[in-house]
Design a protein around this ligand. Structure first.
Ligand SMILES: *[C@@H]1O[C@H](CO)[C@@H](O)[C@H](O)[C@H]1NC(C)=O
Ligand SMILES: *[C@@H]1O[C@H](CO)[C@@H](O)[C@H](O)[C@H]1NC(C)=O
Ligand SMILES: [Ca+2]
Ligand SMILES: [Ca+2]
Length: 174
């Protein structure tokens, strides 16, 4: 008799275990469009200086940010000159302080050679934070803006760190 009870008890445990693990499996399944706006044509790009920009609410890796910007008919922002950098700074001053924002610059292809992701052109203009880029622990290949000295300077950072990001769109008609 004791063995039968033990057997039934184990079947119950097994059922509960299967139920629990299958439940958590469906929850952790990564949906392809997770975190990506479903109404992309109305995504709020704003005129900031001469560019059309979107400042994210969500915090994601550089790679995911890059993908999200593309679904929004844009790409991660490039900062080609002082005029663009200054306009972004002026705009960010009007927002609640977010310290980190991904931009398109990276040296993923060739260590130390930073390029703008959308065009592949060298990053000729940069406002590096003092001591940057330093490729800390040989693991920093994506560039973000970081609030330092009351302005947003640039730092190479771990690409997989989830932070805010800025997308750029060429024009509303495209
Ligand atoms: C997208 O959002 C706009 C503005 O809120 C709305 O008018 C439109 O119906 C939405 N479209 C879809 C497909 O949800
Ligand atoms: C800065 O770069 C942007 C984007 O390439 C360009 O539209 C703008 O004319 C440039 N401004 C100056 C002052 O060079
Ligand atoms: Ca690097
Ligand atoms: Ca760094």
């Amino acid at each position: 008799m004791g063995n039968i009870f033990k057997f039934v008890f184990h079947i119950c445990l097994l059922t509960i275990w299967v139920f629990l693990t299958s439940g958590s499996k469906t929850e952790t399944l990564v949906k392809p469009n997770e975190g990506i706006s479903s109404n992309v044509s109305y995504v709020p790009y704003k005129n900031v200086g001469e560019k059309l920009l979107y400042f994210s609410e969500e915090m994601v890796t550089w790679f995911k940010a890059n993908a999200i910007c593309r679904t929004m008919k844009g790409h991660l922002v490039s900062i080609e000159n002082y005029s663009v950098w200054n306009a972004i700074n002026e705009h960010l001053k009007t927002k609640p302080k977010n310290y980190y924002w991904w931009i398109s610059a990276n040296d993923l292809d060739s260590e130390g050679k930073f390029i703008w992701a959308n065009t592949g052109t060298p990053m000729d203009y940069a406002v590096w934070r003092q001591g940057e880029p330093n490729d800390r622990e040989k693991n920093e290949d994506c560039v973000h803006l970081i609030l330092e000295n009351g302005r947003y300077e640039m730092n190479d950072f771990r690409c997989r760190y989830p932070i805010n990001f800025i997308c750029e769109r060429e024009s509303v008609d495209k």
